[in-house]
Design a protein around this ligand. Structure first.
Ligand SMILES: Nc1ncnc2c1ncn2[C@@H]1O[C@H](COP(=O)(O)OP(=O)(O)OP(=O)(O)O)[C@@H](O)[C@H]1O
Length: 301
């Protein structure tokens, strides 16, 4: 298996009047599972199209193993993009789409593709446009896994899938990745349920990468502090409070950064706990709109 470090260097892309990607520089560690997270419209799809060679940047470069991908068809054939919507497949039958993929991807595993189609009960003679939304996503997943491409990009791969099928996808992905390690980038809004898979997290906001960290470091950058409102009052107004929720006399704050006095806070009865990834994502991406402390009072769970 070829090992490519995928690097984006100062890339910019305008779509119509929108600056969809703005000065993105990021290195994706090879042979790891990456989560590409960001609010709707942040530029995730655009970035994945740039990385896969399907869009050209206005400025900057994308390289894989030091080769500029936009000048190198051999490298591009080793990058598989599973789109959220495969419009060009609409008229074709499943079997023909699989044949087409086998010609496109050098490491295509036809046996795996056939097994997955059987497992997902997708008939090879059915036209793509006649498949349910969930089965269209599953066919994209078959393409992504069977391509065995050294760089595989999944853009919202679980759209339209029920919980059981999403779970099946996560299990398959992990199993296949363990047997055939490669660089996988997943763009998803279902953060908590895919959190266990992700080794690195890249956060994209308004076309710019605002964080790229390993998943543990990302989760570790903030924590919940829960105690009586009186105990936590000294923290109020601090810019590191990402969120504050109160119910009766109990308050929970989401705190960004380290805590020097953690043992002493615990001794005072303040409960310190991790923040689920989805919640942390919401707090962090909301930060750009904050001018002062948030006054949202939700119930404390
Ligand atoms: N063809 C286009 N012409 C003009 N603007 C576009 C075009 N395609 C996308 N955009 C804009 O570019 C920005 C980035 O869009 P993109 O689809 O990459 O975001 P995203 O993070 O994938 O969003 P989502 O999570 O909703 O799929 C958005 O503001 C979007 O409206």
């Amino acid at each position: 298996m070829l090992e490519y470090t995928l690097k984006c260097h100062q890339i910019y892309k305008k779509l119509g009047d929108v600056q969809a990607i703005h000065d993105v520089t990021v290195d994706f560690e090879p042979n790891a599972i990456h989560g590409l997270l960001g609010p709707s419209g942040a530029g995730k799809t655009t970035l994945l199209h740039l990385i896969s060679g399907q869009l050209f940047p206005d400025q900057g470069s994308v390289t894989a193993g030091h080769y500029p991908i936009h000048e190198n068809p051999l490298i591009v054939s080793n990058i598989c993009l599973v789109k959220a919507e495969e419009r060009s497949w609409s008229q074709y039958k499943v079997g023909d789409i699989m044949k087409f993929c086998s010609l496109l991807y050098p490491a295509w595993d036809a046996k795996l593709a056939a097994e997955l189609l059987h497992q997902f009960r997708i008939p090879p003679n059915q036209r793509f446009k006649q498949l349910s939304r969930g089965n269209q996503s599953l066919l994209g997943i078959v393409k992504g896994l069977a391509s065995r491409s050294p760089i595989t990009l999944f853009d919202e791969p679980t759209l339209g899938l029920d919980a059981e099928k999403r779970e099946a996808f996560y299990e398959l992905l992990l199993r296949d990745y363990s047997e055939h390690p490669r660089t996988l980038i997943l763009s998803t809004h279902l953060i908590d349920e895919s959190a266990d898979l992700l080794q690195f997290i890249t956060l994209l906001q308004q076309g710019t990468v605002t964080a790229h960290k390993n998943a543990e470091e990302f989760a570790d950058q903030a924590r919940y502090l829960q105690g009586s409102t009186k105990q936590l009052e000294p923290f109020f107004g601090d810019a590191r409070v990402l969120n504050r929720e109160s119910l009766g006399h109990v308050t929970r704050i989401a705190w960004l950064g380290s805590l020097d006095n953690e043992p002493s806070l615990r001794e005072q009865g303040i409960d310190i706990s991790p923040i689920p990834l989805q919640k942390l994502f919401v707090y962090l991406t909301r930060q750009e709109h904050r001018t002062s402390e948030v006054n949202v009072h939700e119930s404390v769970s």
